[in-house]
Ligand binder design. Structure first.
Ligand code: ING
Length: 303
């Protein structure tokens, strides 16, 4: 067996005016809790350093850019990397990335995987950006990810880490089967997914009461259909007046939920994940080389 002890580090609300260094102290507290319980890896939510700012329309780009990190680690996040190195615990962190590439400013909804020596071993930029690009005042709150971020340009990659093959996704990505399958085809054994999910979805309020069901459904399906562990971690609770689901879970390759958060606050939910539990699924029912029929799937990659 290849056990990775994983902590799903759910966060409660982050206030609009909550200083990054205060948020980082909350993250370090969860990392220390994880270390005390033998975690090798702690998974934080999407955009884990600030409030979920796409819920507002900002007139000025400077107002938006205040939520972004220009370097990682940066002045406020260095303490988190120092704690990880001291504790020998790796982590997944979601944050808003602002970078200058060939003289152009690029903005992405990003996650990184950091190993137990506090080295960044992988980066992912969110591909499925939900919501809308223009101000839509009819909504109780906005969801302007298509305005504030570019579509991720790094693909769905995997890397060798924590004794296995690890992949990353962010929030809305988890609702799309292609996200899991592209990593499944690369042999992924554990997929880490941070999210900020409002209970209410203005275009389809009739779905609101199914928000937990849909959250669990998509990650259980993704895990089982690709013989992989899936760790989903939310930013929860009433954040600046918007209720966000918690329901952070750790899902085994069988599709079973083996660990879950039960509050809407900062909470660590832990599971000992045996990566070898992926083998019976990858070698039987989802033996891709034996059973997949790509000749029939062409429509999936057409525009
Ligand atoms: N949030 C939501 C998500 O995909 C959403 C958007 C909310 C979709 C409710 C459907 C229903 O979980 C982000 N940040 O992608």
């Amino acid at each position: 067996s290849r056990i990775v002890t994983v902590g799903a580090a759910q966060l409660g609300p982050i206030a609009l005016n909550e200083p990054r260094k205060d948020v980082v102290q909350r993250l370090i507290a969860l990392l220390e809790q994880g270390a005390a319980h033998g975690c090798d890896l702690v998974v934080f939510p999407e955009l884990a350093l600030t409030t979920f700012f796409p819920r507002w329309y900002f007139e000025q780009q400077e107002q938006v850019d205040a939520f972004f990190e220009r370097s990682m680690p940066g002045p406020d996040t260095q303490a988190l990397f120092d704690a990880a190195r001291r504790l020998k615990v790796g982590f997944y962190l979601g944050y808003a990335e602002l970078t200058e590439e060939k003289g152009r400013t690029r903005r992405f909804n990003t996650s990184i995987l950091v190993d137990q020596n506090a080295e960044i071993v992988s980066k992912y930029r969110k591909i499925h950006l939900p919501g809308h690009a223009e101000h839509e005042p009819w909504r109780r709150f906005q969801h302007l990810e298509k305005r504030y971020f570019e579509t991720g340009n790094l693909g769905f990659g995997v890397c060798r880490a924590f004794g296995g093959i690890v992949g990353m996704a962010i929030c809305n990505d988890r609702r799309w089967p292609e996200t899991y399958r592209v990593m499944g085809l690369q042999g992924v054994e554990m997929i880490l997914i941070g999210y900020n999910t409002p209970v209410h979805n203005p275009p389809a309020p009739e779905h609101d009461n199914l928000s937990h069901f849909h959250n669990e459904l998509v990650m259980q399906a993704g895990a089982y259909q690709n013989g992989t562990w899936v760790v989903g971690v939310g930013k929860a609770g009433r954040e600046e007046g918007v209720d966000q689901i918690g329901n952070s879970i750790i899902v085994a390759p069988s599709g079973e939920i083996v660990s879950a958060c039960s509050t809407l606050s900062d909470e660590l939910s832990i599971a000992r994940c045996d990566l070898d539990l992926t083998v019976s699924y990858k070698s039987s029912v989802f033996n891709f080389s034996k059973h997949r029929e790509p000749h029939a799937y062409g429509m999936i990659v057409e525009r």
